[in-house]
Design a protein around this ligand. Structure first.
Ligand SMILES: *[C@@H]1O[C@H](CO)[C@@H](O)[C@H](O)[C@H]1NC(C)=O
Ligand SMILES: *[C@@H]1O[C@H](CO)[C@@H](O)[C@H](O)[C@H]1NC(C)=O
Ligand SMILES: *[C@@H]1O[C@H](CO)[C@@H](O)[C@H](O)[C@H]1NC(C)=O
Ligand SMILES: *[C@@H]1O[C@H](CO)[C@@H](O)[C@H](O)[C@H]1NC(C)=O
Ligand SMILES: *[C@@H]1O[C@H](CO)[C@@H](O)[C@H](O)[C@H]1NC(C)=O
Ligand SMILES: *[C@@H]1O[C@H](CO)[C@@H](O)[C@H](O)[C@H]1NC(C)=O
Ligand SMILES: [Zn+2]
Length: 788
């Protein structure tokens, strides 16, 4: 074909037959399909699941490894049962005795013994808690300067106006505890005088009356009997309620001073009257023993009274203290010093026993005391002098941390160090000595390369005795961090004062406590092989106040446990807050052989380990919901009794109706919570089982999902108790935020349940009762939603 200008530029020129560029067509096609198939597989296997995962799952993905650590869900570098073996086998009697001997060899009043804080820190570091430091606060407290208690009698003519000259001292109280050569610390040069923490200085000379235990009811009974305490000094015995609340009620009623003594009638079977020798020869009370202690209004607010709700750091604003500490003087005395006072009332005023059942008793009848109420006769006055120095001074917490694999789940364990006396062999240094053994045990595990799953914080508090100061200030300072991370706080104050195991706990921890007490052998082997659980009734008290768990439980909503071995009626008398709470007493009467100390060390560290190491937090929220139902039923009974009295008054029927509606509401909410709680606990058990199963590697997303589900359940457990905090707090004591647990307003130590509601009913303020049941109802609903 000729070419000219019309020819197309491109022509098909056939050169040779088209040849296949790649010879293996089938293989090629196969490869292409295989490649795209595997891309799709990868997509389905690795990327598609991501689309279905919640957005906050990223920390759980394999490339974020290690989550939570390489051995998870088993313990890191140390199987759980081996960890338990270490915690069981490390504590020993010789060591704990040595630590006790150290702590009880010299005075360590709050803010007065920095060297004990340092020593504690050094031991912890030596045993492997390298991250240990001293955290201090500037706290407003009193130290004793002087005191006097004397009976003054008027000389000469009865009608004569008293002047300085015609009053003679009939009896001058010693206000000192005897020195015994058998008790090494009772005679220390620098032993601590008898006094009350946060007592007011003052000099009162007045007639006096005897007011039984000085409970709210006792003072009501006096008013009823037309015996006024106004302008008088009130003589009461220790017992039943926190001592500061005795002073508070007396002050509210116009008394000018308070004297509190220890009556041997409350000492059980081991009394001099029953022929038992007194300490140091025998287990009965040493007659000159005095119970020191704080008279802060504990049920209003613990902690530094000048900084309610915030930490006592240098330079912070300071509040007026009159709402939380007394303005009238008070002193503690022995029964030896109380005898002449009580005898002076013989024949004056009604017999105590005539007032009512709770006024009967008293253990000094054999010493010629008739327990009349008084007032004291004309011509007899009591002079009470209390001189205190108030200062703002540092207090030192020792804080140790073992970082876990999870930094946002933290288990705290603590004990206070400060004591009212040089000794404190039971309160608190049976706990402190035990604590060192706990730390030594965990240190042994660290040596083996163990790292806990959750972070552990150890705390040795200062200033507990004056008003839970070290722990309260610390919780106030670290509240945001604690609210986000804290799982539980395990407190031991007095580890051993006798042979009976006692415990208080948030109900979420009841089950864990039963399990742990079933693992540890009881020091009492009346029946061979019996565990602590076997010798314990199993009764777990509700959380009140009286030790360092208060800020955790009632202010921050963190579940707590408090435990220890304490006295029964047949035990040697424990000289609480007296010079005879000493090393020698402990060695001879309290825990000869030191086995109870070692037992507490094991219980404490095993409980901590269970909470720290289990992939699922070992709570049972069903028990909590069941508890709420029980508290409500008992409250309902009380309320209906209270309503019976006013049924005939105006609105009686209407009130009952309102109450029935209100309680019915709350009951329904608690029922719903219980249902949700059972579901959560069941689901947690199921997850725990699934964790035990083997998941093949290629089903990796199952593992991720499981991690994630565990975390979600743990978050629900962790935040559960926080839902019961009411930010505005209880009426008239807004520091207390928990709507379920608080110390009783007029008991201080023992726990009140649904305090806002109970107090409103007590005051017959039905409007407020309804307000409180709505508040509680809302909290219960929040908790239920959290589980949803
Ligand atoms: C502090 O405590 C230790 C040990 O108990 C004691 O030896 C020392 O005397 C105390 N220091 C002061 C200042 O009381
Ligand atoms: C207490 O007051 C009385 C007078 O009311 C006085 O004589 C006495 O010296 C005072 N005592 C002290 C320790 O201040
Ligand atoms: C523990 O963790 C904290 C915060 O993650 C860190 O500041 C600290 O240094 C760690 N301590 C140790 C001993 O690793
Ligand atoms: C020791 O255990 C036995 C049997 O459980 C019990 O009856 C007894 O009261 C216990 N004794 C003490 C001191 O706890
Ligand atoms: C939680 O407590 C309830 C009620 O006491 C009990 O039935 C249940 O088995 C417990 N669940 C777990 C996981 O312990
Ligand atoms: C009852 O409580 C309410 C608060 O809910 C309070 O305003 C009122 O003053 C109280 N009434 C009495 C009589 O105390
Ligand atoms: Zn204590």
């Amino acid at each position: 074909m000729a070419r000219n200008e019309r020819s197309p530029l491109l022509l098909t020129v056939r050169v040779a037959p088209a040849r296949q560029r790649y010879p293996h067509n089938t293989l090629r096609r196969f490869c292409t399909i295989a490649l795209s198939a595997s891309l799709v597989a990868i997509f389905i296997l690795f990327l598609l699941p991501l689309a279905f995962f919640p957005s906050d799952i990223s920390p759980y993905l394999p490339w974020e490894f290690p989550y939570p650590h390489r051995d998870w869900p088993r313990s890191y570098a140390l199987p759980y049962d081996e960890l338990q073996d270490i915690l069981m086998s490390t504590p020993n009697e010789e060591q704990v005795k040595e630590w006790s001997e150290y702590y009880t060899s010299g005075p360590h009043l709050a803010g007065k013994n920095f060297s004990q804080a340092l020593w504690t820190k050094d031991r912890w570091q030596e045993f492997g808690i390298t991250d240990t430091s001293i955290v201090s606060y500037d706290v407003y407290v009193n130290y004793p300067i002087g005191h006097r208690l004397a009976l003054l009698e008027k000389k000469g003519e009865k009608k004569e106006e008293p002047t300085k000259d015609n009053w003679v001292v009939k009896f001058e109280a010693g206000l000192e505890e005897n020195v015994h050569k058998e008790d090494g610390t009772s005679g220390l040069e620098d032993r601590i005088p008898t006094f009350h923490g946060y007592s007011a200085s003052g000099n009162a000379t007045a007639p006096f009356v005897y007011a039984n235990y000085g409970t709210h009811q006792d003072f009501e009974d006096l008013l009823e009997a037309d015996i006024s305490v106004k302008g008088k000094i009130v003589l009461v015995k220790y017992g039943y309620i926190f001592r500061g609340l005795k002073v508070k009620r007396a002050q509210d009623l116009g008394a000018v001073g308070v004297v509190i003594y220890s009556d041997p009638g409350d000492d059980g079977d081991e009394t001099e009257e029953k022929g038992v020798d007194t300490y140091p020869n025998g287990p009965a009370r040493e007659p000159s023993s005095v119970q020191r202690g704080s008279v802060q209004f504990l049920s209003i607010a613990p902690g530094d009274p000048t900084t309610p709700g915030y930490p006592s750091k240098p330079g912070v604003p300071r509040q007026d203290t009159q709402h939380s500490i007394p303005s009238i003087p008070s002193i503690p005395i022995s029964y030896l010093d109380a005898l002449p006072l009580l005898r002076a009332l013989n024949g004056y005023g009604p017999k105590a026993s005539s007032i009512g059942k709770s006024w009967e008793g008293g253990g000094l009848g054999y010493k010629g005391v008739e327990y009349n109420i008084g007032p004291s006769p004309d011509g007899l006055l009591l002079n009470l002098v209390n001189e205190q120095e108030y200062v703002t001074t540092p207090m030192w917490n020792v804080i140790g941390i073992i970082n876990g694999s999870l930094s946002d789940e933290v288990v705290l364990i603590g004990n206070h160090r400060d004591a009212w006396i040089a000794g404190g062999a039971a309160d608190p240094n049976s706990g402190s000595a035990t604590f060192i053994e706990v730390i030594r045990s965990f240190g042994k595990a660290l040596e083996k390369g163990w790292r806990p799953l959750r972070t552990i914080v150890f705390a040795s508090w200062d200033g507990e005795e004056y008003g839970l100061i070290g722990s309260t200030e610390w919780v106030e300072e670290f509240l945001p961090w604690l609210s986000g991370s804290a799982v539980a706080y395990l407190n031991v104050d007095v580890a051993v004062s006798g042979p009976h195991f006692k415990s208080a706990a948030s109900p979420v921890l009841n089950r864990a406590l039963y399990e742990i007490t079933s693992l540890v052998a009881s020091p009492n082997q009346t029946i061979a092989g019996q565990t602590v659980r076997d010798t314990w009734s199993g009764h777990i008290q509700t959380m009140g106040s009286g030790s360092d768990y208060t800020a955790f439980q009632d202010f921050a909503g963190i579940p707590c446990v408090d435990m220890g071995f304490s006295v029964g009626p047949e035990s040697a008398v424990y000289h609480y807050h007296s010079n005879y709470d000493s090393f020698d007493w402990m060695d001879k009467f309290g825990d000869p052989g030191w086995r109870y100390h070692v037992t507490v060390a094991k219980l404490w560290s095993l409980l901590a380990a269970k909470l720290v190491e289990s992939p699922l937090i070992q709570f049972n929220v069903t028990d909590y919901a069941v508890g709420l139902g029980r508290y409500l039923r008992s409250l309902e009974n009380e309320a209906s009794q209270s309503l019976e009295g006013i049924a005939d008054e105006n609105n009686g029927g209407e009130l009952r109706d309102l109450f029935d509606t209100t309680f019915a509401h709350l009951k329904r909410s608690i029922k719903k919570l219980r249902k949700a709680a059972i579901e959560l606990d069941t689901y947690a058990t199921e997850l725990e089982e699934r964790l035990g199963e083997d998941i093949p590697w290629w089903e990796w997303w199952k593992k991720v999902k499981l991690f994630y589900e565990v975390k979600k359940v743990n978050n629900k457990y962790k935040y559960f108790e926080r839902q019961f905090l009411y930010p505005q707090g209880l009426d008239g004591r807004s520091w207390f935020k928990h709507v379920v647990f608080a110390p009783g307003l007029w008991t201080g130590y023992s726990g009140a349940t649904f305090p806002g509601l109970v107090e409103s009913i007590g005051e017959r303020n039905w409007t407020n009762a309804k307000r409180w049941s709505r508040i509680i109802d809302n909290r219960v609903k929040l908790a239920t939603e959290l589980f949803g």
